[in-house]
Design a protein around this ligand. Structure first.
Ligand SMILES: [Zn+2]
Ligand SMILES: [Zn+2]
Ligand SMILES: [Zn+2]
Length: 199
């Protein structure tokens, strides 16, 4: 199979929210790595970086959904052969980066737009979804700033997961846990105390 070394890459800037779409060839992914910037001239932030790791591309994307950075690896061969690869935020499942053929990406983005409009409608009619994203954002921030601690063993190694009861934070060392429910009250409490103590 003939591989065509031309693809389109699209990503959403977490700083200004703008979508950037550009064509890339092999030369845009040099062995020394590269940075892809927000296409908005006033912003121009570096949104994603790519490095090489053996036969893989290692992407690191600043996430527009959760304020974290996510890493993705794609095999060189897979990268240039795929018609469309969509990379999502593992915490919120929001799609944050698209790689593939131009028209496939356009189709996917049109689909996404329709979905976002629907989701916006839903957020307006069900405020819990807005709270859900806000809680994820706050928990992430706290974990970065050291606002989460284990009241049992005092260490700071945590797993953060989402389940039906809310955001569950578990101590990797002693399995103590805390659950932040998805309610306006628990969000308020989180913002007021600025700490989460596992027990
Ligand atoms: Zn930007
Ligand atoms: Zn994310
Ligand atoms: Zn512990």
């Amino acid at each position: 199979m003939l591989i065509e070394y031309g693809k389109t890459i699209a990503y959403i800037c977490p700083y200004c929210g703008r979508l950037t779409k550009r064509n890339i060839t092999l030369f845009d992914l040099p062995p020394e790595g590269a940075c892809f910037y927000c296409g908005d001239e006033a912003c121009g932030e570096c949104v994603l970086t790519v490095r090489h790791k053996k036969d893989k591309y290692l992407f690191e994307v600043a996430c527009t959904a959760c304020d974290d950075r996510h890493k993705f690896t794609l095999k060189h061969s897979g990268f240039w052969k795929k018609q469309l690869a969509v990379l999502s935020c593992p915490q919120t499942m929001v799609d944050i980066m698209f790689i593939g053929e131009d028209e496939c990406i356009d189709r996917e983005l049109a689909k996404q737009n329709a979905m976002y409009r629907e989701a916006e409608e839903e957020i307006r009619s069900t405020p819990e979804i807005g709270i859900y994203f806000e809680i994820i954002r706050v928990v992430n921030e706290l974990s970065k700033e050291g606002g989460i601690s284990c009241g049992v063993c005092g260490r700071k190694n945590f797993d953060i997961e989402l389940d039906d009861s809310g955001v569950r934070i578990t101590c990797r060392d002693c399995r103590a846990e805390a659950v932040v429910g998805i309610t306006a009250d628990s969000l308020m409490e989180l913002l007021e105390t600025g700490t989460i103590v596992l027990e």
